[in-house]
Design a protein around this ligand. Sequence first.
Ligand SMILES: [Zn+2]
Length: 453
Amino acid sequence: MLTRLSGYILTLFVVWLTLPVVQSSNINIDTPSGGIASAHSLAAQERSPEAVDAEISGFQVPVSEQNPNQNPQTVQVSDPEANYSFGGELSLGVKIQSPTPIKKVVVFLQAAGNQPAIQGQTILNKNGQYIYIHDLNKEPLRAFAKINYWYGILLENGEIATSQIFSFYYEDNRYTWQTLEFKPFRLHWYEGNLSFAQEIFNTAWDGWVKAKKILPIFPPERVEIYVYASAREVQSTLQMGSQNWVAGHADPDLGVIAVSLPPGPEQRLEMARQIPHELMHIMMYKKLGDAYNKIPIWLNEGLASAVELYPDPNYSLLMQTAYQKKGLLPIANLCQSFPKDASNALLAYAESASFLSFIYQQYGTAGIESLLEQYSNGQSCERGFQNALGHPITKVEQNWLRDSFETSPALSGLENLIPWAAIMAVSLFTSLVVGIRGLIINRRNSQVVYENQ
Ligand SMILES: [Zn+2]
């Protein structure tokens, strides 16, 4: 009987612990202080919808009914500490005081973006801290995300307390970042001088200006831009595995861009390509919210590629070669995903950019807006296209191919990309007037304020 009861309580305990809910009736939380500056509490309304659903469907027995003879206990959780080496080890520590002996303390970690929570067992050390060590190599956390964590505390008398939610920002701390802000952009880089940083701001600004010519679109309040000095470094950060052709990456819901800009003759061109491209993804997410994920890949990547200030010069050659070999990828095959292999993936980007530019030339901003509206409303790739532009994809695709290759084979699809190259030429050789006032540079251990006169 005792075993069955214990099992029942344990089941409730597990369900209960997965709920990031503060039980104000039986727990007092000290305001996090001193130990870690970035830790702070979150309001209850920030709980994910999944957590609320779980609360309703998974835990229907109020805590007081589990142990009706027990009085509410006062448990104090204080001095949270979070230390990590990116991709290495995370150490969480906390002090917990309770009038009733503590049987077990479990910690839950959850990255921003409704990622599934990770659960871990703490150990009590000789300093009275409950410590949890997490292997970030084996079980990575989402890079550049705010990580929420909270504690579930099982008392010897069977009562359960859940702590307030604490958090830390999981940044790549393997590098000594320099940080410079020109709202809405905040730049982090570790190789290059101040004029390199200013060029990045100018490029981001130019990318936004170009994007606004296609769509009324704005960046979110803050865009974090991390610039790595090699593709290998950004890949190791983002754990992109076999997709080693990826140079840049955006996490649109986090408002984070990570790009690789190796020093050398190609650096400015890569900058002009990657920064506006990734920024466009961020701005698209700002415009569409969660519907961003319903947009066909050819449209999403087409728009991002269309705002590049310097389109990849290989695109036109790739398309021309594929066209001659009858190896072009049908646009309808690029709705859900892009090919995994490097050359076909590049071809998919080239086609998407060219096709999008053709649509823009033919149907203008209204056409693009109409496509986004249809797809945001959940229409399929085919149906949404038909509803928005009045023709099936294949029909417009035929027109695009005729326009790109048959009327002027020598141009081989380059035509649609030329206006963008022209803008790039202007952009590269004119310096954009950005009154950099109040720019803050924040080196690791010192803060210096730079102001242009
Ligand atoms: Zn992209």
